[in-house]
Design a protein around this ligand. Sequence first.
Ligand SMILES: *Cc1c(COP(=O)(O)O)cnc(C)c1O
Length: 426
Amino acid sequence: MDLRFNTKCVQGGYTPGNGEPRQIPIIQSTTFKYDTSEDMGKLFDLEASGYFYSRLQNPTCDHVAAKICELEGGTAAMLTGSGQAANFYAVFNIAGCGDHVVSSASIYGGTYNLFAVTMKRMGIEVTFVDPDCTEEELNAAFRPNTKAVFGETIANPALTVLDIEKFAKAAHAHGVPLIVDNTFATPVNCRPFEWGADIVTHSTTKYMDGHGAAVGGCIVDSGKFDWTAYPEKFACLCTPDESYHGVTYTERFGLAGAYITKATAQLMRDLGSVQSPQSAFILNLGLESLHVRMKRHCENALAVATYLEQHPKISWVNYCSLPGNKYYDLAQKYLPNGSCGVVSFGIKGGRAAAEVFMKHLKVGAIETHVADARTCILHPASSTHRQMNDAELAAAGVGADLVRMSCGLEDAQDLIEDIAQALEQV
Ligand SMILES: *Cc1c(COP(=O)(O)O)cnc(C)c1O
């Protein structure tokens, strides 16, 4: 039976047999037992599928990955220990020393550092492009050694909306896949594969968990990118892997499984950023209500943004689902049912006014986090970006007056009244 999206949120990824646990069991075991060495040898040669060590695969994690795979409409998926690990593996699986990647410049700060600093040290160069660039400008960023294109559906924290079709078209014209970090939108609000993306990543720490309880990540492959059309460029997938007794991933696992099998067999084996079965279990509890929660996060954010927009002490509001926003049209196209719960805005009076406002909030809590059931709020100029002066902040697109509010699942009227009383103190 072809189940609908909401049902997959609740029941996807795991179908218990007769008399088996109704909830996904937490297989809290590092290792798995076999009767003969021959049985185990087949696993090491990737000739049989099965579990042998939880750094590579664990049944609890696999059930949860399978659910996210269904939600995104992919062919294979894996959990990772964090969103950072997911984005690193997603790129490093197909790009190595001497290679190049094109990325939207409007991305999460952690991913920006990963690309601009750490991966550069590994010999992978990243060219950052303005997400609003023309097709010509985008095409000009490619080089013969480009291996992937990267962007975020809704960028954290700039809240820009990626024109996925434009980026997918350019990627495919140059024979490389488009990787989209879909953390903020979640598959409830956007399914990037339907717009041409090839690989999707998530920080499951955010809405998927949704309760501020477990750090985690996920990579999903659409199975649509044909690595074998570019066997030299993607030799890592199309030629024998000597570290796995000469297996050729595309031959053995097909387009549906090659990319994730390689990431599991090679990157998890060697780098080991696994998600624990306990965390995967918690993540699944979040996924069971993702479709219900996202709706409320978006309703609350729209109510808050609409309220802020008319407030005399607020200088600007940035929320892509708000009419008049620069990304409103793109949001209507890619995120017609809602975008996310995060709103950013500026308080008249800059840094000092923002600090007073923050101090007086009673429902919203000051946290370096987003996408939680509880409303959280951050003033980057006095916290995450406090080493920068006002001019440096402006250049980074994070003004001294900018406040980022992640609207939780509380009553919207309480959030608005809390904002109102805190603004009175300014
Ligand atoms: C938080 C975040 C990440 C990093 O995820 P962690 O789970 O914190 O490692 C990556 N991308 C986006 C869009 C994020 O919001």
